[in-house]
Write a protein that binds this ligand. Structure first.
Ligand code: C5P
Length: 310
């Protein structure tokens, strides 16, 4: 690894998938109540931060450059709506920082894909700047700032598998064993706000009690990954899936083909459109089906693994 200049950090921002996502209804603040298990996976962006806090500066100056595959990078805004800049601004306001932070964001996680890319970048920003700027904020304070930047930020700040409730900001540590995933991503995005609005428009159906699924997560240690994954696979669900699939039939197609090709479970992640399939350790999808899925989605499926807590 190359040496980094002073006041510089290079960190990875991990994508996530949701094992289940239960929408509990609309709240008075316009958000939706949720219950979900969020699993970080090995797909990641890389964020290089060069930053300094010093009261002798009179202002705060922030900049971000986005690089990476053009199709993925160009979907990320570089203005004020960029979640890295929003997170940095929120942290600077909370901690009274003056100085600068310059970011180089190398995108690999597609935007508006249901994989938490923007929230992961925001979480990495908060962690990285808290150190470089010497803010000294604890996890609870960072989580509070993160929740205002994006609903998935508190979960992704945690760094491991978590169960999230509230509108996403109430976090408990969870465990789901090691899982190998096939991720189907699409060249189009779905905004989180649209997916929740479609759920409302379609009558707001909430999925089943997730207790059996959470119990299946506990089988990894007792029964080993094979039986645990076979029990877990059919229980995956996402209440936003049907509303998104009704409007984007290729998402349903992708899920059905993953199951036909040998996945033991498959579900849309977050607000979509990406679909995550579980494969048994060391096994592959039927290669013909995998190619077929690549033609359908316009991109080769990605193989990723669940990430353990750091
Ligand atoms: O918090 P975040 O910016 O990720 O959310 C984007 C939009 O998604 C919100 O403005 C809201 O419309 C919707 N949302 C919701 N309920 C949640 C999370 C997000 O309705 N729990």
């Amino acid at each position: 690894m190359r040496d980094l200049p002073a006041h510089t950090l290079s960190i990875r921002a991990w994508a996530k998938v949701n094992l289940f996502l239960r929408v509990l209804g609309t709240r008075t603040d316009g958000y939706h109540g949720l219950d979900t298990v969020i699993v970080p996976v090995t797909l990641h962006d890389r964020l290089e931060i060069h930053a300094l806090s010093d009261p002798r500066f009179r202002t705060l100056s922030l900049s971000v450059d986005v690089t990476g595959e053009p199709e993925i990078a160009r979907a990320v805004p570089t203005g004020e709506s960029n979640l890295v800049l929003r997170a940095a601004t929120a942290l600077a306001e909370a901690a009274g920082v003056r100085g600068f932070a310059d970011f180089l964001l190398e995108k690999r996680i597609p935007a508006a894909a249901g994989l938490g890319g923007g929230s992961a970048d925001a979480a990495a920003t908060l962690r990285g700047l808290n150190g470089l700027w010497g803010c000294g904020l604890d996890d609870v304070a960072l989580r509070g700032i993160g929740a205002d930047v994006g609903s998935d930020v508190p979960a992704l700040l945690a760094g491991g598998t978590v169960r999230a409730s509230g509108r996403g900001e109430v976090i408990r540590q969870a465990n789901a064993g090691a899982i190998e995933w096939v991720l189907v991503t699409f060249p189009f995005g779905v905004s989180t706000a649209s997916a929740f609005r479609w759920w409302d428009e379609d009558g707001g159906v909430s999925g089943p009690d997730p207790a059996p699924l959470v119990d299946a997560c506990g089988l990894f240690l007792r029964d080993g990954p094979g039986p645990a994954l076979s029990a877990l696979g059919p229980l995956l669900y996402n209440d936003l899936e049907e509303p998104v699939m009704r409007r984007h039939p290729e998402v349903r197609e992708a899920r059905d083909r993953l199951l036909a090709g040998g996945a033991v479970g498959a579900v849309m992640s977050g607000s979509g459109p990406s679909v995550a399939g579980i494969v048994l350790p060391g096994s592959d999808l039927d290669p013909a089906v995998e190619q077929d899925i690549g033609r359908l989605s316009g991109r080769a499926p990605l193989r990723v693994r669940s990430r353990a807590m750091e």
